[in-house]
Design a binder for this molecule. Sequence first.
Ligand code: GUN
Length: 296
Amino acid sequence: MTATILDGKKLASEIRKELSSKISSLSEGFTPILAVILVGENEASKIYVRNKKKAADEIGMGCEIIELASSIGENALLETIYELNDNPHINGIIVQLPLPPHINPLHILSAISPLKDVDGFNPYNAGLLACKEDNAIISATPKGILRLLKQSGVELSGKHAVVIGRSNIVGRPTSTLLLNQDCTVSITHSHTQNLPEIVKQADIIVAACGCPNLVKKDWVKEGAIVIDVGINKVDNKLCGDVDFTEVSSVASFITPVPGGVGPMTVAMLLENTFEAAIKQQSHHQHQHCKCKHCQS
Ligand code: GUN
């Protein structure tokens, strides 16, 4: 078997195009705006933030980057978030992770208004997802993974999904999302015993552990769908958590790195921001809003 590529780059580009036309047909003077908070000098984070801004610019969405020194205290960072929560022109707020070690990310992410939490990292949205509530804002990477799986056309219900990794930003929410699609989900991690044997049982593999080329051909059942979330650099070359060359000979579908999950994450962030903006706009139109901005 030679796997069909799940082309995230192409799908993401189609999604951005659709968003672009939806934005251009919004009423005069209404442009959804995403605020991105970048704390410190993490080089990878700077690249990710630059990519998000470029993607927003290209579809006519506003994107304000707020750069803060790594020495900023938790309270000052919270104040920045409260101001953005209160600013009716800002529709989405994300804080690029990781944060410097003296800042507790949970304190910061919990402060983002759940309606503007377009990364879906506020525990309130994570909780709504866990309760299978339709109004949860779903994190961009898990949402992008689900779109790629749907793109394969394969029925998800009843399939055994094995997720490698249990991070708050990928492994956990992806597991929950797949459970909500009626998959049987195994969550594996660095303490898992017999990892290859468990992965071998999977109809769907989501590799999100940050271990270069970990998943080998003999870990993968013939015909499995393989989603590779890894972005690793080895000898200055990008690679995923899956040994693509080997595994593409046994999988039915596989995502490449780069060009798989990565572009989908950005597209889903833009989609979340657009949808949040629409909800907020209708709130302001229908509720005779009493907030200080609508009163003035
Ligand atoms: N760091 C790694 N991935 C992400 C992401 O999707 N959003 C944010 N805010 N930070 C990240």
